[in-house]
Design a protein around this ligand. Structure first.
Ligand code: 6PG
Length: 261
């Protein structure tokens, strides 16, 4: 069962999530000399990235030992306003001393998204030094949740949900239920996400409450609620929710106000 943490508000959630990232990074670096994180896109993680870009969290991480990936990307250039890479660069990466060669963005600008997906899959294998047959293990994957239950760019009824032979796939704009604007995307697959040591969902806002309830308390239907496809075999999954996003859950402890991780 995933751990569910309800925070009083978005600020508390971002601060608590920042502490969770710092703990995961320092533990992995201490144990294995490095830390590989996949960032989430969308609007929710921005405040978390700003927390990590500032003291004390920025100074608690050895950025020279970090590899940064993305869980998904829109098929746009890296300076496009829709780019998940641009959002992370502006809120975090430009403010921390991480070597450029350790920032592994998805090349959404490639004219052929399938080629870009293949490139990224090879970069993940190469960076995490995993043989082609093996599934590379990210240390931490940050994820959001769409009001339709999607996560990363795994949308309801998408063939990407069954891509068990791949780590990264392209998501066609012609697929059903892609949220507007209708932009093609590239996403990590459930296989890649479920190999992670830890997955951390960050969800805020009342408009997400029905999807949160369906994913966490509803029947298991990952094709309809893709976030249910994220169930790391050996990893730890945590859902960090603000009170509004958690408002339709039954039997959840009261919101956390500040406090420790
Ligand atoms: C993206 C994200 C996507 C996002 C959800 C929630 O590229 O948009 O990967 O899965 O996390 O759509 O988006 P918000 O945080 O903007 O609500």
């Amino acid at each position: 069962m995933p751990e569910i943490v309800v925070c009083a508000d978005r600020g508390t959630l971002s601060e608590r999530a920042a502490r969770r990232v710092v703990t995961a990074a320092t533990t992995a670096i201490g144990a294995r000399g490095g830390f590989a994180i996949a960032l989430a896109g969308g609007s929710t993680p921005g405040p978390l990235y700003r927390e990590l870009a500032d003291a004390p969290h920025r100074d608690a991480i050895d950025w020279s030992r970090i590899h940064v990936f993305w869980g998904d990307e829109r098929c746009v250039p890296p300076d496009h306003e829709e780019s998940n890479y641009r959002m992370a660069r502006e809120t975090l990466l430009d403010a921390v001393p991480i070597p450029g060669r350790r920032i592994h963005r998805i090349h959404g600008e490639e004219p052929d998204p399938e080629y870009a997906a293949d490139l990224y899959e090879r970069e993940i294998h190469r960076t995490l030094a995993s043989p082609p047959r093996e599934t590379p293990r990210l240390d931490l994957v940050l994820l959001g949740l769409g009001s339709d239950g999607h996560t990363a760019s795994l949308f309801p009824e998408s063939p990407a949900l069954e891509a068990d032979d791949r780590l990264v796939v392209a998501v066609k704009a012609s697929e059903p239920r892609i949220q507007p604007p209708v932009v093609e995307r590239i996403t990590l697959t459930p296989r890649a996400l479920n190999a992670a040591d830890e997955t951390l969902f960050l969800v805020v806002g009342e408009e997400k409450a029905p999807a949160v309830r369906a994913v966490l308390e509803g029947p298991r239907e990952p094709r309809r609620w893709p976030a249910q496809a994220v169930r790391p075999e050996a990893g730890r999954t945590t859902w960090m929710l603000d009170a509004a996003a958690a408002s339709e859950l039954s039997g959840i402890p009261g919101p956390v106000r500040g406090g420790t991780t």
